[in-house]
Design a protein around this ligand. Structure first.
Ligand code: UD1
Ligand code: CA
Length: 502
């Protein structure tokens, strides 16, 4: 039987108090709309229509990005959920087979529940089958009204459905009903236009309620059934930011649990956040306070965390990433990163390589076994294999107008505090001395140095900083030894001399 899906996403989402349309708010790394459209798409419908209105340009553009086969249809004025479905049909949504109508704000709905609802309607040959749930607090939801026991506690009641009554119109007895309308319905397409036709807006909200199709079907003597989901959270809608956070946490619990069952060690599930599009291999380990976003992947045996946030980062097998913030980067197998590293987009670290402590990298390819261990900025560079970049180095890539690249060869040893003033290259096997400012290319195998000779101005502290702790410490030492440098056996200078190098 053919299947049409209509997603209702035109509402303002007033309770979000947001400039952004409600369905574009995200949990688990995907917008509410992307969750819903993704679950619907898994049913392979013949057509998928999304009714847009509030923020329609933004919502349509987002829809095209997440599902370019989905068709946006504009509801000019938000006259209610019933009107939204009318608009979809007027815009050509088919009325053959089953028409599945769902709200755009229920992000936990699973495709299996949707498939079960469609199957239930087709099995029952019902005009409409409503997805319902029994919830602890039904406030705000439409209540399911059943014939047998309208006044009784309805949780256990499975009498025939006679209607759905909204919170605002419900009697006290109906308000006590805990079986709620999920806002998801499977309609007999052929019957749907006839069920919508008589609907008015004579109600507390002045809107055309889609929920009134149930009573319309009953009045017309058509078959109406319900499918009760055992998982009320699946049907919870996001109306405000409290619900957004609540469902975000629930989605995360489900995602983290699924990965643990698949063989991932998660030391602290409560502080581990994993977006739905993240992919993890068995036997990787996530330490506390780790957030994995976007298309991040972690390969077998790798360890991430603690206190690490990765967005679109690929972590290779056996690698370790500790206390790191990274995006758009690749960490090779058996490589190590952190603690306290900042990986920016375009960073690619080779097999067994290292990006160490207080290191920031951007747009840099680091060859296998190469290391940037401490206190360094490496941007716009290519580093060969087996090279070591000394502590406190800067790849000086920006001349104030343009960015330039630095090329470092294989098996180089660059000294601490080297400034690579790009564009510049360091040949294979070359060295640089500590404190070198590399402004000219270094040939393979050369040592680049440009240090100025050091001068020690004897007695300078005593003359120019009298009365300071430094001055008295120096004076005490001089008094004890009778020599200006305290008579240390190494003489105080690199060449063993106690006096200034001329
Ligand atoms: C609706 C149901 C309620 C159900 C609840 C489940 C109605 C009248 N009530 O209430 O029975 O328990 O969902 O979450 O349907 N929309 C449009 N155009 C409009 C109005 C709404 O596209 O003119 C869209 C919204 O963007 C939203 C969905 O329809 O995605 C539901 O609208 P919302 O205002 O959230 O309805 P609820 O008050 O939650
Ligand atoms: Ca809602």
């Amino acid at each position: 039987m053919s299947l049409t899906v209509i997603v209702l996403a035109a509402g303002a989402g007033t309770r979000m108090r947001s400039a952004r349309p409600k369905v574009l708010h995200a949990i688990g790394g995907r917008s509410l709309l992307a969750h819903v459209v993704g679950a619907a798409r898994a049913l392979s419908p013949d057509q998928l229509t999304v009714v847009v209105g509030h923020g329609r340009d933004e919502v349509s553009a987002h829809l095209a990005a997440v599902d370019d086969a989905a068709r946006p249809v504009v509801q000019q004025q938000q006259r209610g959920t019933g009107d939204a479905v009318r608009v979809a049909l007027a815009a050509g949504a088919p009325t053959t087979g089953t028409v599945l109508v769902m709200a755009g704000d229920s992000p936990l709905l699973s495709s299996s529940t949707l498939a079960a609802l469609v199957a239930a309607r087709e099995r029952d040959s019902a005009a409409v089958t409503v997805l319902t749930a029994v919830v602890p607090d039904p406030t705000g939801y439409g209540r399911i009204v059943r014939a047998a026991a309208a006044a009784a506690a309805a949780a256990a009641d499975l009498g025939p459905l006679v209607g759905i009554v909204e919170q605002r119109e419900a009697t006290p007895a109906q308000l006590a009903v805990t079986e709620i309308n999920s806002g998801v319905y499977a309609f007999d397409g052929a019957a749907l236009p006839g069920l919508l036709a008589p609907l008015g807006s004579d109600n507390a909200a002045g809107e055309v309620y889609l929920t009134d199709t149930v009573a319309a079907a009953v009045a017309a003597g058509k078959r109406v059934t319900a499918l009760r989901t055992p998982d009320p959270l699946e049907v919870e809608g996001v109306n405000d930011r409290v619900q957004l956070a609540g469902l975000g946490a629930e989605l995360n619990r489900r995602t983290v649990t699924a990965w643990m069952r698949a063989g991932v060690t998660v030391v602290d599930p409560a502080t581990t956040w994993i977006d739905v599009d993240v992919r993890l291999a068995a036997d990787c380990t996530l330490l506390p306070n780790t957030q994995l976003h976007g298309a991040t992947t972690v390969d077998v045996g790798a360890t991430v965390g603690p206190d690490t946030t990765l967005d679109g980062v690929r972590v290779g097998a056996g690698a370790s990433v500790v206390r790191t913030h990274g995006s758009g980067a690749v960490v090779g197998p058996d490589a190590t990163v952190g603690p306290f590293a900042y990986l920016r987009p375009g960073t690619a670290l080779g097999v067994g390589g290292k990006i160490g402590t207080f290191v920031e990298t951007k747009n840099v390819q680091i060859g296998d076994g190469s290391k940037i261990p401490h206190l360094t900025y490496a941007g716009d560079a290519t580093i060969g294999v087996g090279s070591n970049i000394g502590a406190s180095s800067v790849f000086v890539n920006y001349d104030g107008v343009h960015k330039h690249r630095t090329m470092i060869g294989d098996h180089c040893r660059t000294g601490s505090d080297t400034m690579f003033v790009a564009p510049v290259s360091v040949g294979d096997g070359a060295y640089t001395g500590a404190g070198t400012v590399v402004r000219r290319d270094v040939p393979p195998g050369a040592l680049a140095i440009n240090v100025a000779p050091q001068r020690n101005l004897d007695g300078w502290v005593g003359r120019y900083r009298p009365g300071t702790a430094a001055a008295s410490a120096a004076a005490n030492t001089r008094d004890r030894s009778g020599q200006p440098d305290g008579g240390r056996p190494d003489g105080g200078g690199p060449d063993g001399s106690a006096t200034a190098v001329p």
